[in-house]
Design a protein around this ligand. Structure first.
Ligand code: NAD
Ligand code: WQD
Length: 341
C-alpha cells in the first residue's frame, strides 16, 4: 500500500517506517520537526535502503497539505503527528488542543476531499483513565483523563468514530498504545527526548550514560508487589509491527476498530530498573520520591483482540527492551543532536 505517515520522523513513526518497508509498503512522510530531527529519516533510509519522500510541513497548514495530497495518492494514513508531553499539556492546554485536535481535523478534512478515508490513529492507554478493569480489554469503559494531552486522544477517538458513523466509506483504526520503550536493535534510531525526560526509560538511560545523577522513583506505597507503579512496557519494534498488522483491518474495511497494543505483562518501576541493571551490567542509582500527580497504580493490557483479529502479538520481552534502549543511548549519547545534519 501507499501510506501517508504523519509524524514519521518521531520515535514511533521512525520505527514504523522500517517495518512498513520490510513488509513491502511505500510511504510518504510528513512532519513539522517540532519534536524530531531529520537525521532520524536518514537513519531509516539507511536501514531500509531506500530514499523516503519527505515533506516538512505542519498538519495544521491546509494549503501545504492540499498541495502534498495533489502530488501524491495514498491508500491510507498512519497518523502519529501530535504533541505528547503530559506535564506540558497541563501548562499549555490551548497549544495541545490546537495542535492535536486542530491538526487532526485539518488532516481528516484534506484526506476526505482527496478521497482517502482510511486512517490508523495513535491513541493511548491513557484514555482508560484509572482503569475500571485489570488487565484492560478494549471493552473497558474510557475513564477520566486528568490532563489535556489525554483528553485530546480521547476526544479525537470520538471525533473519528462520529465521522465513520456518518460516512461508512471511512475505515478508522484506533490503536491504544501502552508504554513504548526500546529501540531498533541496530542502535541507529531511538527515542530522542528534548530536555529532562518525563518518561521512565529515557530517564534511566540518561542516568546510565552519566547525564543525570540518579533516578527518582515516584512513590513506593502503591498496592503493587513492591509498592512502585506497574506498567505494560512494549518494545517499540513490536509496536511498529502492530501498525503493519493494523493495515489488514483497513483492507478488510473494518469500519471502526479499536485495539490495545501492549504485551499483557505488567512490571513495576523497580523490576524495570533491576532488569536494566542486570542485562546491561550498569548500576542505576535511585531514590524514592513522592507520588507523581496524576499517576495511577497499575495499568496493563489484555492484548488478545489484536492477536485474534490481526494475528499480531508482542514478541520482545523486558530484557530486549532494556538492552535495545541502552544500545541506542550508548551509541547516541546526545540523541540525534550529536550528529551534524
Ligand atoms: P514524537 O514526538 O517522537 O513524534 C511525534 C511527531 O509528530 C514528531 O516528529 C513531531 O515533530 C510531529 N508533529 C507534532 N505536531 C505536528 C504537526 N502539527 N504537524 C506535523 N508534525 C507534527 O512522539 P512518539 O512517541 O513517536 O508518539 C507518536 C504518537 O503516538 C503521538 O501521537 C503520541 O501522542 C502517541 N503516543 C505515544 C506514546 C509514547 O509513550 N511515546 C504513547 C501513546 C501514544
Ligand atoms: C512509568 C512509571 C511513573 C519517571 C505516560 C503517559 C501516557 C503514555 C505513556 C502517551 C510510572 C514511574 C517515571 C520517573 C518514575 N504516553 N516513573 N520516575 O506515566 O505510565 O505514561 O507515557 O500517550 O499517556 O502518561 O509513563 O514512563 O512516565 O512512567 O518513577 O522519572 O514510571 O511513576 O509508574 P506513564 P512513564
Amino acid at each position: 500500500m501507499r501510506i501517508l505517515v504523519t509524524g514519521g520522523t518521531g520515535f514511533i513513526g521512525s520505527h514504523t517506517l522500517v517495518e512498513l518497508y520490510a513488509a513491502g509498503h511505500e510511504t510518504i512522510v510528513v512532519d513539522n520537526l517540532s519534536n524530531s530531527n531529520p537525521v532520524a529519516l536518514e537513519r531509516v533510509e539507511a536501514l531500509v535502503g531506500k530514499k523516503i519522500p519527505f515533506y516538512q510541513l505542519d498538519i495544521r497548514d491546509r494549503e501545504s497539505l492540499n498541495q502534498m495530497m495533489e502530488q501524491n495518492h495514498f491508500d491510507a494514513c498512519i497518523h502519529f503527528a501530535g504533541l505528547k508531553a503530559v506535564g506540558e499539556s497541563v501548562e499549555k492546554p490551548w497549544e495541545y488542543y490546537e495542535n492535536n485536535i486542530g491538526g487532526t481535523l485539518t488532516l481528516l478534512d484534506v484526506m476526505r476531499r482527496h478521497g482517502c478515508k482510511n486512517i490508523i490513529f495513535s491513541s493511548s492507554a491513557t484514555v482508560y483513565g484509572d482503569p475500571a478493569m485489570i488487565p484492560i480489554t478494549e471493552a473497558c469503559p474510557k475513564g477520566n483523563c486528568t490532563n489535556p494531552y489525554g483528553k485530546t486522544k480521547s476526544m479525537l477517538e470520538e471525533i473519528m468514530m462520529d465521522m465513520q458513523k456518518a460516512d461508512k466509506e471511512w475505515n478508522v483504526v484506533l490503536l491504544r498504545y501502552f508504554n513504548p520503550i526500546g529501540a531498533h536493535p541496530s542502535g541507529t534510531i531511538g527515542e530522542n527526548p528534548n530536555g529532562i525526560p518525563n518518561n521512565l526509560m529515557p530517564y534511566i538511560t540518561q542516568v546510565a550514560v552519566g547525564k543525570r545523577p540518579e533516578l527518582g522513583v515516584f512513590g513506593n506505597d502503591y498496592d503493587t508487589p513492591d509498592g512502585t507503579g506497574v506498567r505494560d512496557y512494549i518494545h517499540v519494534v513490536d509496536l511498529a509491527k502492530g501498525h503493519v498488522a493494523a493495515l489488514q483491518a483497513i483492507e478488510r474495511k473494518c469500519g471502526c476498530a479499536i485495539y490495545n497494543l501492549g504485551t499483557g505483562q505488567g512490571y513495576t518501576v523497580l523490576q524495570l530498573v533491576k532488569t536494566f541493571e542486570k542485562v546491561n551490567n550498569i548500576k542505576i542509582p535511585y531514590s524514592i520520591k513522592p507520588r507523581r500527580a496524576g499517576d495511577i497504580a497499575i495499568c496493563y493490557s489484555n492484548p488478545a483482540k489484536a492477536e485474534k483479529e490481526l494475528g499480531w502479538k508482542a514478541e520482545r520481552g523486558l530484557e530486549d527492551m532494556c538492552r535495545d534502549s541502552w544500545n541506542w543511548q550508548r551509541n547516541n549519547p546526545e540523541g540525534y543532536g550529536g550528529v551534524e545534519s
